[in-house]
Design a protein around this ligand. Structure first.
Ligand code: DQA
Length: 147
């Protein structure tokens, strides 16, 4: 059975109460449930994780090699700063979908730069929590029929 890692970075544990005008009212637990429902529909397995620590996210990306077929990554603010996450993605050679709840290109200029984008298969942003099941579908479709 195909398996995806859905990895969430710093401050995403606070979704639901964190700047709801930007990120909505859906909690990370709600999003996890949405992801499990989508995975069940598509007949695949997901592992859902969150960490506020950059090193733990690097470790999770390393551990995905051989354990998962692809990664969906909302790296939060590390998106805009982390060469380490970019290098980790390049090292494991798994397809990665970069995901953001908000449209990072419609926000402050420092959010326009992504270290993940150059090594990502594709990017989904601006659709709120609905981006997660979209990302699962996109990754599943890519693996089923690459190109
Ligand atoms: C985010 C966007 C980032 O700029 C921000 O630092 C986050 C959340 C999003 O999902 O919209 O923490 O990744």
């Amino acid at each position: 059975m195909m398996s995806f890692l859905i990895l969430n970075g710093p401050n995403l544990n606070l979704l639901g109460t964190r700047q709801p005008e930007v990120y909505g009212h859906t909690t990370l637990q709600d999003i996890e449930a949405m992801c499990h429902a989508k995975a069940k529909d598509l007949g695949l397995k997901i592992t859902f994780e969150q960490s506020n620590s950059e090193g733990a996210l690097v470790d999770a990306i390393h551990a995905a090699r051989g354990a998962h077929n692809g990664i969906i990554l909302n790296a939060g603010a590390y998106t805009h700063t982390s060469v380490a996450l970019m290098d980790a993605i390049s090292s494991v050679e798994l397809p990665v979908v970069e995901l953001h709840l908000s449209n990072i290109h419609a926000r402050e200029e420092f959010r326009h730069r992504s270290y993940i984008a150059p090594v990502a298969l594709g990017i989904i942003c601006g659709f709120g929590a609905a981006g997660y099941p979209l990302a699962i579908e996109a990754l599943n479709g890519h693996i089923a029929a690459p190109g």
